[in-house]
Design a protein around this ligand. Structure first.
Ligand code: ZN
Length: 352
């Protein structure tokens, strides 16, 4: 035994070399590579305190941040037909689902909660990206419908916060159906003359960006978020052109008219407070403000909300309203057979 190399050297090394830092206490900022201490990062709501880069924020923290005094009520989400296709790739879909539920402690990739922001009643549907990439399946679509219905019932604004890779492929066609369904759901909110606001967060892509996430009365986005439909590489290979560096970022989309405000997380509550009080504060001001918004967006085909919905209590404005009524009916009739049919096998599967 060589005491010099076996004993003395390790001892000296332990004195000179820095101790390894446990992973969970520190993390590296993706943008500036600065080290971030977990407690400081938490206090900054997951915003890098060196460069302002917005890291992803778990849903609970987001809701705490957004609602007045961090007070809100989570809504129960209805049971849907999970895994009706008995889908299996490398792993069973049912197992993946269970894994995500255990990992996140959440039932689905979406959380719906109600409370107030700036004193105005609000229902928020927020995606959990850590749950299967925030993918939209039947459960998520159902939650959006439930959130929208609750907003209409309680005269609240509806805020959607997507953070999603798109449709949930394991549910095949059933996940794609959620695209028109979610559109119809938010259309109910608009028809009731209530604000529908979207907060685009990192990432908003695929089927989610191709449905409810792009039809808000007002689009907010977090700085630096990736927002788009197809991925950058796919587009580059298709159009055979090099895209600008900031392509598909919140800032790029603001420049091109898709996003209205890029808002830092620290100013999120205050910004929503201002918007909601402008839109919902007084009856008359709400009407005109809402009209202005829809007028601004008319070019993008988003002009259906606002003033029109105010007629709901009186005489409905003929065709448009009857179309929405039919669409609303479609949502309801779609939902009912699905839930009932699905419940028995699902309940049995989850218990077994
Ligand atoms: Zn940074």
């Amino acid at each position: 035994m060589n005491w010099l190399s076996d004993i003395i050297r390790p001892r000296i090394r332990s004195l000179v070399e820095p101790k390894e830092v446990p992973d969970n206490l520190w993390q590296k900022c993706k943008s500036c590579e600065g080290m971030l201490f977990h407690r400081d990062l938490e206090a900054a709501h997951n915003v890098c305190y060196h460069c302002g880069y917005h890291l992803r924020l778990p849903v609970k923290e987001r809701l705490d941040l957004m609602f007045d005094d961090g007070k809100y009520e989570r809504m129960a989400l209805p049971q849907v037909a999970y895994d009706p296709l008995k889908f299996k790739d490398r792993k069973k879909y049912a197992d993946r689902l269970k894994e995500s539920q255990n990992k996140t402690g959440l039932k689905e990739a979406i959380t719906v909660a109600k409370g107030t922001i700036g004193g105005q009643p609000v229902v928020i549907a927020a995606f959990n990206f850590s749950f299967m990439g925030g993918s939209m399946g039947a459960g998520v679509g159902e939650a959006i419908v439930v959130g929208a219905e609750e907003a209409v019932k309680t005269n609240s604004a509806f805020i959607a916060i997507p953070a999603s890779g798109g449709a949930r492929m394991q549910e095949g066609m059933l996940s794609l159906i959620q695209m028109p369904r979610s559109i119809i759901a938010v259309e109910m909110v608009k028809d009731a003359g209530l604000p529908y606001i979207v907060l685009l967060t990192d990432p908003t892509t695929g089927g989610v960006s191709a449905s409810f996430a792009m039809v808000g009365d007002i689009h907010l986005a977090e700085p630096g978020s990736t927002i788009g439909f197809a991925g950058r590489r796919v587009i580059e290979e298709t159009v055979r052109e090099t895209l600008p560096d900031d392509f598909q970022t919140a800032e790029y989309l603001k420049e091109h008219g898709i996003v209205d405000i890029v808002v830092a997380r620290s100013e999120l509550h205050e910004t929503l407070d201002r918007i909601l009080n402008l839109l919902m504060g007084g009856a008359s001001s709400a009407k005109s403000a809402s009209k202005n918004t829809s007028g601004k967006k008319a070019a993008g085909g988003k002009g259906k909300s606002g003033g029109k919905g105010k007629n709901k209590k009186g005489a409905p404005t003929a065709k448009a309203n009857s179309q929405v009524a039919a669409a609303t009916e479609a949502v309801k009739s779609y939902k009912k057979p699905k839930v009932q049919k699905a419940e028995t096998p699902k309940a049995a599967a989850s218990k077994g």
